[in-house]
Design a protein around this ligand. Structure first.
Ligand code: GLA
Length: 375
């Protein structure tokens, strides 16, 4: 049974809170004292750590095929590093109000034009300057299997219309799944596109690149982009292109092929259009990743129509993570389940508009397991 508990009670469950001291932050956050680190654990020995700063997953300890646990997500063990990081890579965070890009930071609803921060070349990325990854969330519920985080974004916060009440629930199941439930309501029509921005390395964070990981994406099409990574509107077949992950292949196999889309992305940094036989809103297989050395696998399921596969092209070895290791170029990958980028300017894409009286409700599952095939 779930119980609502106070912050004081939550402390009793909190591990490693001392190593997450917010004492040297120079960022924009003012209510440091309410930022805590929460640990979920299951009966199989998996743990997940979550902070209410940015609703960030800071650690996921997952067994390999021999039962050895490693932390498979990139991140830090000090809050100040999340706040002060160079180039803010969105490690582990919930991004929003609109995850991914909006062209030139502009969209219109009912004839009214809204202007957003242009924080990625000439475009808007991941909710703006202080998106949902950089705010302090409330903790509405916490027990050792689940945490419910909520945030109230104000009307015109980061330029978006409407007061938006958002909640994100992380549940750790006994079969090593992280189930993420997103929920939002608004009092004005507004675009909403929430996603989880964990960078995975199934060998363990800081353990080299992810180019040998074998990836399958359940998508026959992707949304090609311009040089600023804004979709052109085309839904292009992946057949005979490096974007074909319909059967498993190492992420690095085709990444150096001469291809305009790969040049624009600096590698893979694109949205795939998920195949669905079920109706919209059903949970479908989105992607599967296996790491040959450790046998760890990750299966991603989602109710969303798309997935941004980003293979850490902007990592360059400058950032050092929680184990002190440099995060190399392509040292982690993200599988960001979502609606398509720039949907507010593409009426032909599935709509991201949320209206008063409607409920935004999506689910994504990160399911961990192991294969038993040795190398
Ligand atoms: C997303 C984008 C990438 C990059 C990362 C953050 O995945 O698609 O281009 O901006 O976020 O570094």
């Amino acid at each position: 049974m779930k119980t609502f508990i106070s912050f004081a009670a939550a402390f009793t469950f909190v591990a490693s809170i001392l190593s997450f001291s917010p004492s040297h932050c120079s960022g924009e956050v003012s209510d440091f004292d309410s930022i805590k680190l929460y640990t979920l654990k299951n009966d199989s020995g998996m743990t997940a750590k979550v902070t209410n700063y940015g609703a960030i997953i800071t650690s996921l300890m997952v067994p390999d095929r021999n039962g050895e646990h490693a932390d498979v997500v990139l991140g830090y063990d000090r809050l100040e590093d999340y706040i002060n990081a160079v180039d803010k890579p969105y490690f582990g965070a919930i991004v929003g109000r609109y995850g991914n890009r909006i062209a030139k930071g502009e969209f219109s609803i009912d004839g009214e034009t809204y202007s957003l921060a242009v924080n990625n070349g000439e475009n808007h990325l991941h909710g703006g300057v202080i998106g949902f990854d950089k705010v302090v969330w409330d903790v509405d519920l916490f027990d050792d299997h689940q945490i419910v985080l909520s945030y109230h974004a104000k009307d015109m916060e980061e330029g978006y219309p409407g007061n938006l009440a958002v909640s994100v629930t992380y549940t750790l199941t006994d079969d090593n799944r992280i189930v993420i439930d997103y929920h939002a309501t608004t009092d004005k029509r507004t675009p909403v596109n929430l996603t989880q921005h964990s960078y995975f390395n199934l060998k363990g964070e800081g353990n080299g690149t992810i180019l040998d990981h074998r990836l399958t994406i359940n998508a026959d099409r992707f949304t090609p982009v311009d040089a600023g990574l804004i979709p052109t509107g085309e839904l292009r077949s992946v057949a005979s292109t490096p974007f074909d992950f319909t059967t498993a292949k190492p992420i690095g196999r085709d990444i150096h092929i001469e291809n305009e889309q790969l040049t624009f992305g600096g590698g893979f940094d694109h949205n795939w259009v998920l195949n669905r036989s079920e109706s919209d809103g059903e949970l479908v297989l989105a992607a599967h990743v296996s790491e040959p050395e450790t046998g760890r696998t990750l299966t991603v399921l989602t109710t969303e129509p798309g997935i941004q596969f980003y293979c850490g092209n902007f990592l360059d070895g400058r950032l050092r993570g929680k184990s002190g290791q440099a995060y190399l170029h392509r040292g982690g990958f993200c599988l960001e389940t979502q609606h398509f980028p720039d949907s507010p300017n593409h009426p032909e894409f599935p709509s991201t508009l949320l209206a008063p009286g409607e409920t935004y409700q999506t689910q994504t599952v990160f399911a961990f397991s192991t294969d038993n095939v040795s190398r």
